[in-house]
Design a protein around this ligand. Sequence first.
Ligand SMILES: O=C(O)CCC(=O)C(=O)O
Length: 258
Amino acid sequence: MESLTQLGVSAGLLSPGEKNFLDQNGYLNLGKLLSDQQLHAIRTRIQELLEQEGENAGSELMDSPYIRHPKESGADRLADLVNKGAEFDIFYTHPKVLAAISHVLGADIKLSSLNYRAAKPGAGLQKLHVDWHEAVAPDDYKVCNSIWLLDDFYPENGATRVVPRSHHQAKLPQDVLDDPLAAHPEEVIIEAPAGSVVIFNSHVWHGGTTNQTSSARRAIHSYFCRRDQPQQVDQKRYIQKVTLERLPTGAVEILGLE
Ligand SMILES: O=C(O)CCC(=O)C(=O)O
């Protein structure tokens, strides 16, 4: 895809060790990709949006036939961040993130949705799940997520859990586990500082855990799909002129607008 090259993506951005870890385990911590200044600007804008949107926050997801958890009592959500500030452009144009996503899905990718999710204090537990309606054969992956940490993630604050290697078995957790809400003996809790980005193959079993602290655990999910699949949020429906005017070359194609 020409847009990937235009955005500075090349296979060499991921080391052989990183590619191997992602292939084997289904997730990969890319480290801290957001500076403290970027984090501050993003958190400030998120807070403004939560206050402005109130009860309507995340409403774009309610309109989508392709989302599995449009509303959760235990989590705050915001959707369509593509059109809610230039602070969010980096979430679908960062070369290393795109290199990792295209390593999983192949070069023909587009953004599926760009959403905020915060596990509220005392809440946030999700069943182990995959972000697809059926099991897929290894190497026929349709969707791949990147989770951008706006707070430090640690076991007590509702950090995401993943079951390494579960994407190889072409089985849905709800079909084989007695209790998908329970802790899995092989699960790993993502632990990383705010500003880090963790890629996870969306066919790996994963889910939110309970936030046992008194502060929200905030993250942004920049979620991608293969170009032959429908987007969770139809970017053509929501795209605004002001967004198009500021986008760097290549980003329009990543959004699936051409
Ligand atoms: O925010 C998280 O920790 C994971 C969320 C998730 O997997 C989902 O909403 O599908």
